[in-house]
Design a protein around this ligand. Structure first.
Ligand SMILES: Cc1ncc(COP(=O)(O)O)c(C=O)c1O
Length: 378
């Protein structure tokens, strides 16, 4: 492939969301028309919560549908007692913003080299600290290690597709938040789900998403508007109707991607996560290798994206906030800084084309020696 020919080949996008079409949502829209209920905990939202409760193995009362995961994480953090929250320095910006918007204090910490997520608190960590654990790129393999730790909110934004979820025994002080954004599995355009270990906490959050109204419509807690509308619920329900087809499409695309990575012996936590996730990530030895691969992908018209291109503490907005307490185990050698500059997202979709593999395979062969060597979790 030469530079000159790139204009003649179509671009392969890094993301290609596909949500339920008109035909599959129409029966739900008819139900909205008939019920005349458009928002405020309407019948479709309640049905969605109850269907997800069945899938996740919890009582419906513990599942709250919300307008997006960012507000879901914000309210989960706001409604737990700790004031200070440990947040991974390697994450999507919304995670850190959620703590600030909840009016709490942010304590950025480095992540684990092998799992890319927050480490368990050390013996010196104060008792009353919250842990905002991000499950990076659909990987929830570290979920169980938090079982005995109090006050954990899991940002599981991209992890709803994992068929192994069983939240029936979720610890009382734990909350899990999923995103139903268009780019995620079982997308609804915008949307999110909060699952609480404690039903009383769920009641509080349910009140917070509706301005904090009590039964007399007085503000009784610091609330906002984070309600999911009936229209979003319609799309989310139609997505669930096609759940099995969607799962098998992600599995097929991910299997092809993983076969390619394994041909060059490349491993990383994303490639080992549940295959029902919308990412295909590569990690390079260093940033220059990543840039070379990025440029070569552009030449063959394959779009790539640096997922989480800066560690949170490197973003001027966060580093310049005097009110933030940022722990600085975060020097230049921090894992978060290294990950942000060496992880590249390749196209991933429910129908990854043969054409994509035809174009990308030679790049894998050419850049094989520049991929990061994954060490066994031990
Ligand atoms: C780790 C993480 N947290 C939070 C979010 C925000 O989710 P939403 O778009 O539903 O607010 C995302 C979105 O991609 C994410 O990747």
């Amino acid at each position: 492939m030469t530079l000159g020919s790139e204009a003649f080949i179509s671009k392969i996008p890094v993301l290609k969301p596909r949500l339920p079409n008109l035909e599959s949502i129409s029966s739900y829209i008819e139900r909205i028309d008939l019920s005349g209920s458009y928002s405020n905990n309407g019948p479709l939202v309640r049905e969605l919560e109850s269907r997800y409760a069945g899938i996740l193995g919890v009582e419906p009362q513990k599942v709250i549908a919300v307008s997006n995961a960012t507000l879901g994480i914000t309210l989960a953090v706001q409604n737990q007692t700790p004031n200070l929250w440990r947040v991974p320095d390697f994450t999507f910006g919304a995670t850190a913003l959620a703590v600030l918007n909840a009016g709490k204090q942010l304590m950025l910490e480095d992540v684990d080299e092998k799992t890319w997520d927050l480490q368990l608190p050390s013996q010196f960590t104060e008792e009353n600290v919250g842990h905002l654990v991000v499950m990076p790129f659909g990987n929830n393999s570290s979920f169980s290690k938090w079982k005995t730790i109090s006050n954990v909110v899991f940002d599981a934004a991209a992890s709803i597709g994992d068929p192994s979820w069983d939240l029936g025994k979720l610890t009382h002080t734990h909350t899990v938040v999923f995103s139903l954004h268009a780019t995620k599995v079982f997308g609804a355009g915008e949307g999110g789900l909060i699952v609480c270990g404690n039903p009383l906490n769920a009641d509080l959050i349910r009140c917070s998403i509706n301005f904090g109204f009590n039964s007399a419509r007085h503000i009784s807690t610091l609330g906002t508007n984070a309600k999911m509308s009936e229209y979003s619920a319609a799309i989310a329900l139609a997505s669930l109707d096609q759940k099995n087809i969607e799962i098998s499409e992600w599995e097929t695309s991910q299997q092809l991607a993983r076969n390619l990575a394994s041909q060059v012996g490349h491993r990383n936590p994303n490639l080992e996560a549940s295959p029902v996730n919308p990412y295909f990530l590569l990690r390079f030895k260093d940033e220059n290798s990543l840039i070379n691969f990025e440029n070569s992908s552009t030449q063959v018209n394959i779009e790539t994206r640096r997922w989480w291109p800066l560690a949170i503490h490197e973003m001027p907005f966060f580093s310049e906030q005097p009110r933030l307490s940022i722990t600085h185990k975060l020097d230049k050698k921090s894992v978060s800084v290294a990950l942000s500059s060496t992880i590249l997202g390749l196209p991933m979709s429910r129908d990854l084309s043969n054409e994509f593999f035809r174009r990308i395979t030679p790049l894998f062969e050419r850049f094989e020696s520049t991929f990061h060597i994954f060490e066994e979790v031990g």
